[in-house]
Design a protein around this ligand. Sequence first.
Ligand SMILES: [Zn+2]
Ligand SMILES: [Zn+2]
Length: 284
Amino acid sequence: MKRTEEMVSSLRYDALQKRWVIIATERQHRPQDFGAGQSITVSREHCPFCAGREQQTPPEIAAIRPLHSEPDTPGWRVRVIENKYPALRISNAVWELGAEGFYETIPGYGAHEVIIEGPDHDKSFIDLPSDLAFDILSMYRERLNVHMDDLRLKYTLIFKNHGATAGASLLHPHSQIIATPVTPRTIRMELMSTLKHFAETNRCMICDMVQKERDEGERIIYDDGTIVAFANYAARFPYELFIAPARHETFYNRENDHTLHCLVNCLKDVLGRLRTLLSDPPYN
Ligand SMILES: [Zn+2]
Ligand SMILES: [Zn+2]
């Protein structure tokens, strides 16, 4: 395929592993590994995510801020910006499937955003007031809705790196969103497993998992009737958690405000217990 100057990244298909790999040359210039593009040594005095330094970040994509207040000015509660070193970009809108021999490549169309979780520099998610924590979770919902409306995008991942060893390069609390034009292999596998389970039993696999955990009770960590958290039966990491709604729901962005309020309580509880137990461990 012809490569254009403005194409900062592309996706290449690994036919052997059956997975797409993001090739992002621009990201090699970022000062630290996967993050907002800042070194962990950035102090509060120079932090671009703090209120009053909005001009030092890429322009605001969305925000929860007072009505009639200008974008990129202080006063916001939650702010969404493009990652300074994006792995994928909406402006990579050239949509063509390229082939180099039997290799496949497509432009790095997509989104890579940072959600700044409040103007406070060193309050972690657990310490935030519940209404601000709710605003963050509802911003996730809003961004998922936006990306879901773009039919060229197949999958959106929201993730958070807490602590330096978990990959956070900037201490100011933030999470990231990656929306991709392909479905990752692990997600494809999950979709196939749940589809097979449904074809065989006429039941939802996640609902069956929740039911099984509730019946046994052994691994349940949190259950308020709306949100259930349990230790993953086949956990790959210590303290790996599975969090699911108690009733059947396919999409996070279809959850109502009540469920998100319950999710805030659940996250504060389980993350708070992890912090007490393990003295503020890094997590994803
Ligand atoms: Zn800050
Ligand atoms: Zn279900």
